[in-house]
Ligand binder design. Structure first.
Ligand code: ZN
Ligand code: ZN
Length: 207
């Protein structure tokens, strides 16, 4: 949605629409996990979403609400019913209380850290990566905030270090494939991260 020079509200399609295609509209934050999106839609829009992502416990293969399997350590445990979470690898089932507790601890920790502080965000990402799937929405949130903090630092510094720029590029590279799946087509969020990736060329020029 944008307001053009004539003060008219314009609704843009984020990707090409063919004649006869169903047109979809997103009423919630695609960067949140299914449980949070559904809760938001139920409270604010009074419906239970049945879209392909909400119906898929892997969330289109992103595992955005999953944890690393405490048993095999290689698979991702996703909520397969109200009471159970199942591992994608060893197929072991866990009670909701077990995995739900891990996610709650990570959520509580995220609530109290300073989200404008590079070190605190890096430390949070390092710790939480040990228990949550790499694309978990909490990690994505922390990574996006860190990318913003680094962007400001790069803009502020007359000579930003290569380490700083490399980290920024890495974050954008990690975030873009997930955004491509849950936010297909053009968007402001993706635009911001693509700009981040172009920093790579700045580094090439510097070296
Ligand atoms: Zn949905
Ligand atoms: Zn497992």
């Amino acid at each position: 949605m944008s307001i053009n020079d004539n003060n008219v509200l314009v609704c843009h399609a984020s990707r090409p629409i063919n004649k006869g295609d169903t047109i979809y509209y997103n009423y919630t934050d695609p960067l949140k996990g299914t449980a949070l999106r559904q809760q938001h839609l139920l409270i604010g829009k009074y419906f239970e979403c049945k879209c392909s992502r909400c119906e898929d416990h892997t969330e289109l293969g992103t595992y955005m609400s999953s944890a690393i399997c405490p048993d095999c350590k290689t698979g991702y445990v996703s909520k397969s019913s109200d009471d159970d979470w199942t591992c994608s690898d060893c197929q072991k089932q866990f009670e909701h209380a077990n995995i739900g507790h891990i996610v709650k601890c990570c959520t509580d920790k995220f609530d109290v850290i300073n989200k404008k502080d590079e070190k605190e965000l890096e430390e949070y990402i390092r710790h939480v990566s040990k228990v949550l799937a790499p694309n978990h929405y909490l990690l994505l949130d922390a990574m996006q905030r860190l990318a913003g903090v680094l962007r400001d630092a790069i803009n502020r510094e007359p000579h930003p270090t290569k380490k700083l720029m490399r980290r920024k590029i890495q974050l954008c590279h990690d975030l873009l494939p997930v955004l491509e799946k849950v936010l297909p087509g053009i968007s402001r969020t993706k635009g911001r991260h693509y700009i981040g990736v172009t920093v790579k060329y700045a580094i090439k020029i510097c070296t």
